[in-house]
Design a protein around this ligand. Structure first.
Ligand code: NAD
Length: 360
């Protein structure tokens, strides 16, 4: 199979970590008989330097005409970089919001997997962390409180602020379908998180999710209130497979879940539209403090590339091969600085990419 991948290396550690991910993809191509063609594109700070804007129409068009997008990270040091003296619409992050909007990416997928080799980095009690966990949080990305109408006004002499939380049936249905489709590729369990005891939007959310579940008889559905979910994540994270939730709940819960996995350098992510098209990127930022030093952990980006294989290209055994090569590298004691512990072998970013490629 031949796949065309738009590659946005971006800023800071972006070029280093993406180079390792394409190294791994090329090894997958050799081993399984696929060709991956890459189109290198600029976005973020490097695009500001080259084009005066963080995102160009050419970059958007090239992404749209590709099969998927692989991204590193964008942005620089927010206190010292000249990019942050520009008006907000011209800063690196505006590129990120712009590309998500232009590509219609409404579903954010964040797997949180605690590898048993890294369980020491998990801040939970050993009796909980030793069981490990492997969940995927599916967050609705373009609706809800963050996109509703808002205003601040004086009412009877008192300053009053209003934010509105709006969800349509269609918006809920398309994220529900995505969540159940992903659950079919995992352990076939969906936990939908809402606040049905208070919010109308949650009552509609629960109704639509329950309707969609009827089309997926193999998948078990549970509903959980968001406050309980925040507690369950630290009490019994192993119970979660796919968690689906609205924008703000997902924002908060996915950060809580990432904390209990230890290092940001291990966390992949994907943002998808209704089709199989997606943008794949590590959850972390551009890490300007270690950029250009060949120190960054490339695993989050390599695992993001594995998600691309699984969800955009339906290459299940290829994705499994990448994920098990990562597990094997960790089991062999290979570590980058951010996940280093006593007695382990410290590797650079490129050495970690070489090691994972060798293990495929
Ligand atoms: P950050 O995630 O870049 O860094 C936080 C800490 O984590 C740093 O100590 C960094 O060295 C470490 N870290 C992050 N990724 C790592 C990796 N792969 N390997 C080893 N260590 C890693 O967050 P920040 O410092 O708050 O932000 C830096 C810049 O990144 C800002 O400009 C911010 O806006 C941008 N940012 C971009 C994205 C994105 O591209 N999607 C996401 C978050 C932040």
């Amino acid at each position: 199979m031949t796949k065309n991948i738009a590659v946005i290396k971006g800023d800071g550690i972006g070029p280093e970590i993406v180079t390792e991910a394409t190294k791994v993809l090329d090894k997958v191509g050799d081993k399984f008989g696929h060709t991956f063609n890459y189109t290198q594109l600029l976005m973020g700070g490097c695009s500001i330097d080259a084009n005066g804007v963080p995102l160009t129409e050419e970059t958007i068009a090239a992404c749209k005409s590709s099969d998927a997008v692989l991204m590193g990270s964008i942005g620089g040091d927010t206190t010292t970089s000249p990019w942050y003296k520009l008006p907000p619409n011209f800063r690196p992050e505006a590129g990120l919001l712009g590309i998500r909007k232009a590509l219609g990416l409404f579903a954010n997928l964040r797997p949180c997997h605690l590898y048993k080799e890294l369980s020491g980095a998990c801040p939970l009690k050993t009796e909980i962390s030793s069981k490990g966990f492997d969940m995927l949080i599916m967050r609705e990305l373009t609706g809800g409180l963050y996109f509703g109408e808002r205003k601040t006004e004086e009412v009877n002499g008192v300053m009053t602020a209003t934010d509105t939380l709006v969800y349509s049936e269609e918006e809920i249905r398309r994220i529900a379908v995505k969540a159940f489709d992903v659950a079919m590729k995992r352990r076939k369990k969906v936990i939908s998180v809402d606040k049905v005891n208070v919010l109308d939007s949650s009552r509609l959310w629960r109704k639509v999710i329950t309707e969609v579940a009827k089309d997926y008889p193999e998948v078990t559905l549970e509903h959980m209130l968001v406050d309980n979910c925040a507690m369950q994540l630290v009490k019994n994270p192993a119970q979660f497979d796919v968690m689906v939730t609205e924008n703000m709940f997902g924002d908060i819960l996915s950060d809580e879940a990432s904390m209990i996995t230890g290092s940001i350098g291990m966390l992949p992510s994907a943002s998808m539209n209704e089709t199989k098209f997606g943008l794949y990127e590590p959850s972390g930022g551009s890490a300007p403090d270690i950029a250009g030093q060949n120190k960054a952990n490339p695993i989050a980006t390599i695992l993001s590339a594995a998600m691309m294989l699984r969800y955009s290209f339906d290459m299940t055994k290829e994705a499994d091969a990448v994920e098990s090569a990562v597990s094997k590298a960790l089991a062999d004691g290979c570590r980058t600085g951010d996940i280093m512990s006593e007695g382990m072998i410290r590797l650079s970013c490129s050495e970690m990419g070489d090691k994972i490629s060798e293990l495929i």
